[in-house]
Write a protein that binds this ligand. Structure first.
Ligand SMILES: Nc1ncnc2c1ncn2[C@@H]1O[C@H](COP(=O)(O)OP(=O)(O)OP(=O)(O)O)[C@@H](O)[C@H]1O
Ligand SMILES: [Mg+2]
Length: 256
């Protein structure tokens, strides 16, 4: 297996608390990796360390064979890793389009001089961005493309969640990190959202790491799973393999 992402001994402590404990992870291109584990087991911390929000206390992260352990969030984003957050971060009074553009730093870095003097170029750029946003929404969930200029606060919960995923995708990352995208949605909505995510994953050739509590979702859309408990990896494999694992059943599923 040639890994897209590979972590060795990745560790993060908060004072005396070991939130990530010497984690070894290999993720190959095209995987949908389900990251599961009880509350406080280090799942979000893993994303925060991967994306440079918190520096690692020890260990190494490699992405496409380059060491990225010490990159800042902007640098991580630039090499093609994007994420969503456990709590919604949409700006509700702004339009769907404006919310998407918040994720589009790569194409919005020209500064005041460019904006004032190169009016034609600026206009062209805005048009390109509108086209890109529309294209992405159309792939993800076509009816949303018609609501591009409506305030995010006026669209249903499930569409807001779609916008958050699209905001991460607007930079066309290779690796997408989703932190409980289904939180607060009904089972039916969750299944719809997951179908959309799977379709876009196939169409764009994405690799995904998905934190998710609902096991039926994990079973349905992941190719591989990794289970954390107290910051340690206690199992990995397919969903069928990890759900048979006794440690997992005790730690997470509350069985036996
Ligand atoms: N910024 C922080 N400062 C101090 N402790 C933290 C910080 N972030 C996380 N922790 C601690 O690290 C541990 C792992 O937290 P984390 O948020 O990664 O868990 P999680 O698996 O995402 O849980 P959940 O399923 O509830 O989202 C917890 O004990 C948490 O209290
Ligand atoms: Mg979390």
């Amino acid at each position: 297996m040639t890994a897209l992402l590979s972590c060795r001994g990745l560790t993060r402590t908060f004072g005396g608390l070991v939130a990530l404990d010497a984690l070894d992870v290999e993720v190959a291109e095209g995987w949908v990796l389900g990251l599961i584990g009880p509350n406080g087991s280090g799942k979000t911390t893993f994303f925060n360390v991967l994306t440079g929000l918190f520096p690692a206390s020890a260990g190494q992260i490699r992405f496409e064979n380059a060491e990225i352990t010490d990159l800042k969030p902007q640098g991580v984003y630039r090499i093609g890793i994007a994420r969503t957050f456990q709590r919604s971060r949409l700006c509700l009074p702004l339009s769907v389009f404006d919310n998407l553009m918040v994720g589009n730093h790569r194409n919005l870095n020209h500064g005041l001089w460019f904006n004032l003097v190169r009016r034609q170029a600026l206009r062209r750029q805005v048009e390109e961005n509108v086209a890109a946003a529309r294209e992405l929404l159309t792939i993800f969930h076509a009816p949303l493309a018609a609501r591009l200029f409506e305030p995010a606060g006026g669209i249903p919960m499930i569409d807001r969640r779609r916008v958050e995923v699209c905001r991460a995708l607007i930079s066309r990352p290779k690796l997408l990190l989703l932190d409980e995208p289904s939180a607060g949605m009904t089972h039916e909505e969750t299944l719809q959202l997951m179908d959309d995510i799977l379709r876009v994953q196939r169409k764009l050739g994405l690799t995904i790491i998905l934190i998710e509590h609902e096991m039926s979702v994990i079973e349905r859309i992941t190719s591989h799973c990794m289970v954390l408990n107290y910051g340690r990896k206690i199992a990995e494999g397919t969903y069928a393999q990890v759900s048979r694992n006794l440690l997992v059943r005790q730690a997470y599923l509350g069985l036996e």
